[in-house]
Design a protein around this ligand. Structure first.
Ligand code: ADP
Ligand code: MG
Length: 246
């Protein structure tokens, strides 16, 4: 059996006495798209926060490429190969589109020199441009980020995540607040990114999830109540009861 890219075992997270996530065990093979669904407050964002080092889990362990990364601080995650976007748009509004990505590229440099030589500067610029091209924003390179349409701002956040060249991409509600057209564009982008990356995404739009995902995990009150193919999840009676309201 191959080593999964990511394996979580008995992962839980408490806030004071409140249990937001409990006993989640799952392994993720590379180059698949997995959707995490569940009602508001189910623990989806908390799961991502734990998987991306925003907060450590209260219980359990996380392995990435066979290595135990439980408790690794957040700033190490991009170097490990794990990047994410947030449920609420998280960009520098006053910076240009290119600068937003370049700042991320620069932050990833591990060498200790404060200033870069010309070659290094060009390399950072190129890296940023490549990430923008990957999300279809090359044409908006010099626009001020706050003037982008909502859908483009979400794509920019993904470009920021891509400069780390992550093997695992965690996307928290990438189509939140989007209408049908912007959602369609985002689905196209995710399909392209999924060709050579592992994606975990939190989403609410069922039609989109069913078309895009290889696998669906269902969280409810912090617990994993179902895990399987889209076909399996659609017919699971427990899922239909708690999530689809049927
Ligand atoms: P979802 O993303 O599925 O809507 P969340 O993971 O954001 O749910 O939240 C799960 C539960 O944990 C909610 O009841 C929420 O209020 C609580 N929660 C999340 N983050 C925190 C926090 N930092 N402090 C206290 N409670 C939190
Ligand atoms: Mg959430």
């Amino acid at each position: 059996m191959t080593t999964p890219l990511l394996a979580v075992e008995n992962v839980g997270r408490r806030f004071g006495g409140f249990v937001a996530l409990e006993g989640v065990t799952a392994a993720f093979e590379p180059n698949r798209v997995t959707a995490i669904i569940g009602p508001n407050g189910a623990g989806k964002s908390t799961f991502f926060n734990v998987l991306s080092g925003v907060m450590p889990p209260s219980t359990g362990s996380i392995r990435f490429k066979g290595r135990d990364i439980t408790g690794t601080p957040q700033h190490r995650f991009a170097h490990l190969g794990i990047a994410r976007s947030y449920q609420i748009t998280n960009i520098f509004p006053e910076l240009s589109v290119h600068e937003n990505v370049r700042v991320a590229a620069q932050a990833l440099r591990t060498r200790y020199d404060i200033w870069c030589n010309r070659a290094a500067m060009t390399e950072l610029d190129d890296k940023a441009d490549a990430a923008l091209a990957a999300v279809g924003l090359a044409g908006r390179r010099d626009a001020t980020a706050k003037f982008l349409a909502h859908g483009q701002q979400r794509a920019l956040e993904i470009a920021v995540a891509l400069v780390a060249d992550p093997e695992l991409l965690l996307l928290d509600e990438p189509t939140a607040g989007m209408g049908p057209e912007e959602t369609k564009d985002m689905v196209g982008l995710l399909e392209r990114l999924a060709k050579d990356r592992t994606i975990l995404l939190v989403e609410h739009k069922m039609k989109m999830i069913l078309g895009l995902s290889d696998r669906i995990l269902v969280l409810h009150h912090g617990r994993l109540i179902a895990d399987g193919s889209p076909q399996h999840i659609q017919t699971d009676p427990e899922v239909r009861r708690v999530y689809l309201g049927q």
